[in-house]
Design a protein around this ligand. Structure first.
Ligand code: FAD
Length: 574
């Protein structure tokens, strides 16, 4: 292979980028290069371990970004993890593998996408190799439905073989039942409401994390037509002088080595951005695609005027309560529940719905005023109303709750799934390797605060519900009843959440290169092509236009399989 010219150049060897690289290079006549800022991490024990969660965070495989001050939450800045290395965030994530709700995906066509639940389910299954639980795990409460999984794809999934033993599954199950939440035996088939055990991206035989590189790259690493350049940062796209009918044609990628040497890698066909929801919009902006006022601040010439780049940024806020328990449980806790808006608000649901519906035109006007002309208020109103109506559907999950039990602690972590706040990610330096400004605008709109309060109350109530209450040491519950009394107002709860609870992002950051019609604030079309370009695509979580339930990799592996088919199809027509 010529090491400076390739048919396809993929910028970012992360979760989605590796899938695309692996699929495109199945054709030995096609040459593919992957540019990855991090290193190979195949044998990094912080990555491979399945006994502990979170140990790779805050190490060299984590970009350790910092957010802009949260102006709606005490001006604090949040530490923001994102994976660095071949495998991207799949190297450091929590490994949960839960697909979105079918009701959510089936709304996507109404906002202009081709992708719906049936397609996503099929492409996600194409990638999957589920390893069914052993009889002993089943006895502990592990369950699954065979037709909601596939067994032939490259990505190994399973119920963690190190699943927490003992009676904790039954205690949690009975406690949720007492709150009206039914058992659920499968979370990957599009229905989510209920309590049960989740699948994860682990190899249950080898007992290692199944990251994207382990699934899609190492098994095919001897392919001569696939070149991975690690420790190399993509800084921008370089454009062909030809500009037929005003369409921008990429000719090369500018890359920078660790010691700062800059070089050029040429693309015969396409450049595919897979640098994740923070870096893909930044690379576009550094290449002259974005809002002219953002670009002019860094003296960048406008190649394509596309103000939607970097807008529409969404993530969920992870909240938690905690307590000590009187028994000791070890192992990997694969327990999860999804609850609906009605589970949360009961007979108040319709009044919450109606008051929120009345506020949406105001929210939409605010978003349109801040997004630099990416979309207007009526488009935003439609998107937000779509989100709200969906929440009313009884089978659509509104909140995910993961009751984590480790040793003598229980800390339910939970997040409202559909935030209304809309942030942004934009470059703010002429140094093209510097992180962009990450402004999530958490708690921008009062509905997000209302959901956070209702969910946190629900979770503390869970700790005091039988039979779980029988093993919870009540005096250790956080927040304590002295600090936040039983009858505390929503204002007191929200203050505790914002200033004392150490809430975190869910690291499901998305939306910054949204797949939507251009007038709705889209950056890419249904073929993943960036508007105004002929041969630049984005394939990573940044293209997902709205938050959904579940966890992002199950969605993204399916999206990347779908994108790979489209890119191959277009390649055959060249
Ligand atoms: P990434 O996988 O982040 O890939 C982007 C890649 O591009 C990285 O390798 C990066 O180093 C590289 N890159 C960036 N900029 C450049 C550049 N300029 N040049 C070259 N390379 C560059 N999801 C789940 O499904 N389940 C979970 O349990 C879960 N838990 C999570 C926990 C944490 C701590 C984190 C961070 C995420 C978690 N997620 C989870 C989310 C999920 O892992 C991500 O949404 C998903 O992996 C994102 O994939 P991506 O391809 O969009 O980006």
């Amino acid at each position: 292979t010529n090491n400076t010219h390739f048919d396809y150049i993929i910028l970012g060897g992360g979760t989605a980028g590796i899938v695309v690289a692996s699929r495109l290079s199945e054709d030995p006549h096609i040459t593919v290069a992957v540019i990855e800022a991090g290193d190979f991490e195949r044998n990094n024990p912080n990555v491979t371990t399945i006994t502990e969660l979170g140990v790779a965070q805050k190490t060299r495989v984590d970009w350790q970004y910092e957010s802009a001050p949260l102006i709606f939450a005490d001006n604090q800045s949040l530490e923001w993890s994102a994976g660095k290395g071949l495998g991207g965030s799949s190297l450091i994530n929590g490994m949960t593998y839960i697909r979105p709700a079918s009701s959510q995906m089936d709304l996507w066509p109404s906002i202009g996408l081709e992708l719906d639940w049936a397609k996503l389910f099929a492409f996600s299954k194409k990638g999957e190799h589920f390893q069914p639980p052993s009889a002993s795990l089943t006895a502990l409460g592990a369950s699954y439905q065979p037709f909601d999984h596939d067994f032939r794809g490259p990505l190994k999934t399973c119920i963690s073989p190190l699943m927490t033993s003992g009676i904790i599954h039954d205690i949690l199950n009975s406690t949720f039942k007492n709150l009206g939440i039914p058992p659920r035996h499968e979370f990957d088939g599009g229905e989510l409401r209920g309590f049960g055990t989740q699948a994860c991206t682990q190899d249950s035989v080898a007992e290692v994390r199944e990251d994207a590189a382990r699934a899609y790259y190492y098994p095919v690493m001897d392919r001569q037509n696939l070149v991975i350049m690690v420790n190399t940062t993509a800084t921008r796209i370089l454009w062909s002088p030809e500009n037929p009918e005003g369409i921008a044609i990429a000719s090369a990628a500018e890359v920078s080595s660790q010691n700062g040497d800059v070089s050029t890698i040429y693309a015969n066909r396409e450049i595919i951005l897979s640098a994740g929801a923070f870096r893909s919009p930044a690379i576009l902006e550094n290449s002259g695609i974005g809002n002219p006022s953002v670009l002019s601040q860094q003296s960048i010439d406008v190649k394509v005027d596309l103000p939607s780049v970097g807008e529409n940024f969404q993530d969920q806020t992870v909240l938690s309560v905690s307590a000590e328990i009187t028994q000791n449980f070890t192992g990997f806790p694969p327990f999860v529940a999804h609850i609906s808006l009605h589970d949360l608000f009961g007979s108040n649901t319709s009044s919450i719905f109606n008051s929120t519906l009345a506020k949406i035109p105001g929210y939409a006007a605010t978003i349109a005023a801040q997004n630099g002309g990416a979309s207007n208020a009526s488009v935003q109103q439609h998107l937000l109303e779509t989100q709200l109506y969906l929440l009313l559907k009884s089978n659509t999950p509104a909140v995910e709750i993961a009751p984590i039990v480790l040793n003598n602690l229980i800390f339910p972590v939970f997040w409202p799934l559909q935030p209304f706040s809309r942030g942004s990610v934009h470059i703010n330096s002429t140094n093209r390797t510097k992180q962009p400004l990450i402004d999530p605008k958490f708690f921008q709109f009062d509905f997000d605060g209302q959901m956070a309060v209702a969910t946190t109350k629900y979770a503390r109530n869970f700790l005091t519900t039988a039979p779980l209450s029988g093993i919870v040491n009540a005096s250790t519950i956080t927040p304590s009843f002295e600090l936040v009394p039983e009858d505390a107002s929503d204002e007191v709860w929200l203050d505790w959440i914002k200033t004392k609870s150490s809430f975190q992002p869910n690291f499901h950051h998305l939306g910054t290169c949204a797949m939507l019609p251009k007038t709705s604030g889209g950056v890419v079309d249904n073929d993943f092509k960036v508007y105004g370009t002929g041969n630049v695509r984005v394939v990573d979580l940044s293209i997902v236009p709205l938050q959904v339930a579940g966890h992002s990799t199950s969605l993204l592996y399916g999206i990347a399989e779908w994108a790979s088919e489209k890119i191959k199809r277009d390649g055959r027509n060249i």
